[in-house]
Design a protein around this ligand. Structure first.
Ligand code: ZN
Length: 238
């Protein structure tokens, strides 16, 4: 066990108010690609960059192409929680962790047993008919080809925040509350490049700020502890 892991263990042992803020790096160990990492989607060859395809404008204009990309790149129905998801669920059950705030849309925290999960960017597990509002599961979407259609004829939209779309204000407000009241904030698996991550962190006024990331983050966050490594691998050692 490294000195850093020992420090993290000590921090976790002495608090009952951890808030975890996670990005794509939390799910990469479950086999879900990270948009912004070197081998992530941004570096793959597509006619258009992912930000364009995953924008509201593109979704409205080219739904066939949107869903082709969405189905092949964003849906990972067989992905399973990894050690990071499991450890966080364990901490919550032990009364140590108050909330997981995530930028991921894969539902893996809930699958691991976490209850208080704030999904800033929505979830691929929820889908709604644009016309009648009927709910469809991921399995429903998987069973359809191309642009998913409701029994009423309406198009089914994933409950995922696309580029150009705003975040859910209730979720955002609750995330701010959890961060502002946290004793320990763990930021993991995110470059903090995506809105609103960087801004949210400014609300933290607790005692320990911990950063876990595969690559060092740019800029000084004033973190009390920085661990360079994979999130699941790191948390599994605690
Ligand atoms: Zn409908």
């Amino acid at each position: 066990m490294t000195e850093e892991i020992k420090k993290l263990k000590d921090i976790v042992e002495h608090t009952d108010n951890i808030v975890f803020f996670g990005g794509a790096g939390v799910s990469t160990e479950s086999g879900i690609p990270d948009f912004r990492s070197v081998d992530g989607l941004y570096h793959q060859q597509w006619d258009e960059p992912p930000e364009t395809i995953l924008s509201h404008t593109y979704y409205m204009r080219y739904p066939e192409k949107f869903f082709r990309f969405y189905r092949s790149k964003l849906l990972c129905p067989d992905a399973q929680p990894n050690a990071a998801h499991r450890k966080l669920a364990e901490w919550e059950a032990q009364g140590k962790l108050r909330a997981v705030i995530t930028q991921n849309i894969d539902g893996l925290h809930q699958k691991a047993g976490s209850r208080e999960v704030l999904e800033l960017h929505g979830s691929t597990l929820r889908n709604y008919c644009e016309q009648c509002g009927r709910f469809y599961s991921l399995a429903d979407i998987m069973a359809m080809d191309g642009v998913p259609r409701c029994a009423c004829g309406g198009r089914i939209k994933p409950d995922v925040v696309l580029y150009e779309e705003g975040l859910d204000s209730t979720t955002l407000t609750r995330a701010v509350e959890f961060i502002a009241n946290a004793d320990v904030l763990i930021i993991a698996g995110t470059s903090l490049a995506v809105y609103p991550a960087a801004g949210l962190i400014r609300y933290f006024g607790g005692s320990k700020l911990v950063v876990i990331n595969k690559t060092p983050l740019r800029g000084d966050l004033g973190a009390d502890l920085v661990i360079t490594g994979a999130v699941g691998e790191t948390l599994a050692q605690l």
